[in-house]
Design a protein around this ligand. Structure first.
Ligand code: ADP
Ligand code: ADP
Length: 234
């Protein structure tokens, strides 16, 4: 069964000037172990979809089934548990500027109640995995964009999530750094078996790492399928 099933999901925002249909009847199945791309122009509804997947945003209608369990039927405790199984990385990294690299990675482990020494050891292993062992004591302001995203990836996978949601994770990076971060995501997918969802407005990101893709346009899924089929030249 799919790790994530998005079922007739719609989201309407009410604003002073009226209503916005940010998502309109979205249906998607994403399977364990795949790298799934969601591509669309700015304003298409991608970020809203991500926020609905982890229920930071409650859909207006429809449901998200995560590992066979309904998010709409879940209580707040169960939703928190589900969220813990979904790591997230962002365009702006969202690192804690007052904490060094190791402590940024330890943060979600501390919240999960992991013993400090165990957390620190695990953080060092994760730093090695993302290729930043020499930056353990550095602060985010001392790192390049690519290094910051490596730290954010290490932090996102520290709690061993089943799923990694990447929201425009390479959009602030230059092409070469983008390539390296995408390779790292591919590595994590292969080595750790984490399902990866890549949200982007850039076709080359999808083409370089995704197995399947959904195109989102005007709040709807315009098309979905294998990347090779969808983006092949006619
Ligand atoms: P994308 O991530 O593809 O750029 P978004 O999901 O951010 O798209 O936005 C989809 C649509 O929903 C846009 O028209 C946006 O203005 C609107 N929208 C997003 N969040 C809100 C909100 N909190 N209140 C009102 N409208 C919103
Ligand atoms: P605080 O002073 O904020 O209470 P600590 O300085 O005790 O925090 O560090 C918190 C945890 O992170 C400790 O387990 C510490 O061993 C570990 N730690 C901090 N910096 C590093 C580092 N550069 N390399 C390895 N572990 C570190």
């Amino acid at each position: 069964y799919p790790i994530i099933r998005i079922k007739s999901l719609s989201k309407v925002f009410k604003t002073k000037s009226g209503t916005v249909n940010a998502l309109d009847d979205i249906n998607l199945d994403i399977y364990k172990g795949e790298i799934f791309g969601i591509i669309g122009l700015s304003g298409a509804g991608k970020s809203t979809l991500v926020r609905c997947i982890n229920y930071l945003e409650v859909p207006t209608s429809g449901d998200v089934i995560f590992e066979g369990r309904s998010m709409s039927a879940a209580n707040e405790y169960q939703r928190r548990q589900a969220r813990r199984a979904m790591g997230m990385i962002f365009q702006n990294f969202n690192l804690l500027s007052q904490r060094n690299v190791i402590k940024n990675i330890c943060f979600p482990l501390e919240i999960a109640g992991v013993d400090r020494d165990i957390a620190a050891k695990k953080a060092l292993r994760l730093l090695e995995l993302v290729g930043l062992s020499d930056k353990a004591s550095a602060y985010p302001s001392q790192l390049s964009g690519g290094q910051k995203q490596r730290v954010a990836i290490a932090r996102a996978i520290a709690t061993e999530p089943k799923l990694l949601l990447c929201d425009e994770a390479t959009s602030a990076l230059d092409p070469n750094t983008t390539k390296q971060i995408l390779e790292l995501l591919k590595d994590i997918n292969k080595k750790l078996g984490i399902t990866v969802i890549v949200i982007t407005h850039e076709m080359k990101v999808i083409e370089s790492i995704c197995d399947r893709v959904a195109i989102i346009a005007d709040s709807k899924i315009a098309e979905s399928g294998n990347v090779a089929d969808i983006f092949s030249d006619p």
